[in-house]
Design a protein around this ligand. Structure first.
Ligand code: FES
Length: 108
């Protein structure tokens, strides 16, 4: 799946919030940070928690289960008990829709 996958209209994700989406076999979290979109795996690397249900503050998502956190731009784990980084995905907005490339990271 090397091409962009259309996820949703950009207007479906309110500013400074996140939503989860099933894309093929993956479940990803898409974040709207002040009108710029980012995507990561939705499952916390510490346990079975949905990061889209966490608290987004600036570029940090805090997991609602044990309050570990990650940088949504880089996937870096920035607060214990999270130590394993999150996978990030390349996001572009095309024709008003958020699109994700599951084969590329945010840094590609
Ligand atoms: S499951 Fe996310 S911090 Fe523990």
């Amino acid at each position: 799946m090397s091409e962009l996958v259309k996820i949703c209209p950009a207007s479906d994700i309110a500013e400074n919030s996140a939503k989860s989406f099933e894309v093929g076999d993956a479940i990803i979290a898409v974040y709207n940070l002040g009108g710029t979109f980012y995507a990561t795996d939705n499952e916390c690397t510490h346990g079975a928690a949905s990061l889209a249900d966490g608290i987004l503050e600036d570029d940090i998502i805090e997991c609602s289960l044990h309050f570990g956190s990650f940088n949504i731009k880089t996937g870096a784990a920035v607060q214990a008990p999270c130590f394993t980084p999150l996978r990030t995905y390349k996001v572009v907005v095309q024709d008003g829709h958020v699109c994700v490339n599951l084969e590329q990271t945010a840094a590609d």
